[in-house]
Design a protein around this ligand. Structure first.
Ligand code: ADP
Ligand code: NA
Length: 332
């Protein structure tokens, strides 16, 4: 049996969004507060699977770290570090490249979505990304991974890699990790197109709420968010074919800590002229103190760097023996 341990990460490939906050960070804080041993990572090796300007990458790394801390990740309770500072991630990923099958990678929908018609022009790293993600998780023998729904398939691949490694080498060394995907905001959608998820790397700033957006910007983005003209129905079933409306109700629910059913019951019959400003106020209430603290932290990059360096030492203390044992199992 493996001791419960949580691992999760966020890419420094741009500014943090409300999707990252509701789908990931908010849950990380809850896990930490529940007392589960938790390890949180800024996954810069994943970020460079698509081109990153070096200076932007350095800044985004600090912004993600600041976002974690400002939201409540406490580096004295959880381990918080930057992936590239623990070289064991890249080493275990290589072993897993030799465990995972090309056919498994070919089934990854996120690669297909990101590559579009240009698969041949993508980096090899983007294709192999899920194998590095498996290494991130299994390097700590993590038993649970809180993630948004977009990462479900990658966690399943992590389980397949662990199972094949254990089977091929006749060991019970890696845990079969559980994804934790729950609550109303497991998939926050793009504000301009309800069929796409909200993402850091979206084309237009109007399609996402950034954690560093000010109150005016948040209000404007929700006001301009695509919706239909109908008022809100009295149950969530009434939103089955209204993805944009459903998204805004789910965001409200997640921000307020209520169920979507409770929110729709409260706003039954309301029009967007009432719901959108209420949603904007709620988002500002939640995000303003966090963004203020993020800015304060980012004013002193050396302090963030110190926290990350300390976290890397703590992470390596767990990772190094697990990698060493992996090499021994493999015959190295
Ligand atoms: P992004 O897609 O914004 O670049 P990452 O790939 O770094 O985000 O994902 C970091 C975490 O945030 C993951 O757990 C991911 O599932 C979650 N996440 C990202 N976007 C969303 C979203 N729109 N809704 C819910 N969770 C999300
Ligand atoms: Na993602």
């Amino acid at each position: 049996a493996f001791t419960p341990r949580i691992f999760s990460g966020i890419k420094p490939s741009g500014g943090l969004t409300l999707g990252n906050y509701l789908g990931a960070i908010q849950k990380f804080v809850a896990a930490q507060e529940a007392g589960t041993e938790s390890i949180f990572c800024v996954v810069d090796l994943h970020a460079i699977t698509v081109w990153q300007d070096p200076e932007d990458l350095r800044n985004a790394t600090r912004e993600v770290a600041a976002g974690y801390i400002a939201s409540g990740i406490d580096p004295t309770k959880s381990i918080l570090f930057n992936q590239s500072q623990v070289h064991e991630h890249a080493e275990l990923a290589w072993i897993f490249n030799c465990v995972a099958r090309v056919g498994w990678m070919n089934r990854m929908t996120q690669f297909k979505e990101k590559a579009g018609k240009n698969a041949e022009k993508q980096s090899l790293g983007l294709y192999a990304y899920p194998s590095l993600m498996a290494a991130d998780i299994l390097l700590y023998h993590a038993t649970h991974v809180p993630v948004g729904e977009d990462q479900k398939q990658h966690v399943e691949l992590t389980r397949d890699i662990a199972a094949k490694f254990n089977h091929d080498y006749k060991v019970d060394f890696f845990p079969i990790t559980e994804p934790v995907i729950e609550g109303p905001a497991v998939r926050v959608m793009n504000l301009r197109d309800g069929s796409k998820k909200m993402s850091k790397s979206g084309e237009s700033d109007m399609e996402r709420i950034n954690m560093l957006d000010d109150a005016d910007k948040i209000a404007k983005k929700f006001k301009k968010a695509k919706t239909d003209p109908e008022p809100l129905p009295d149950t969530m079933d009434g939103l089955a074919d209204r993805p944009e409306a459903r998204n805004l109700v789910n965001i409200y629910a997640s921000l307020s800590g209520q169920s979507s059913d409770a929110v729709i019951a409260e706003y039954a019959g309301a029009g967007w002229g009432k719901f959108k400003p209420a949603l904007a106020d709620l988002a500002v209430d939640k995000l303003a103190p966090i963004s203020e603290e993020m800015r304060r932290l980012m004013d002193d990059p050396s302090e963030i760097d110190k926290i990350l360096a300390h976290g890397a030492e703590q992470a390596r203390a767990i990772a190094a023996p697990i990698l060493k044992r992996t090499y021994e199992i493999v015959g190295m």
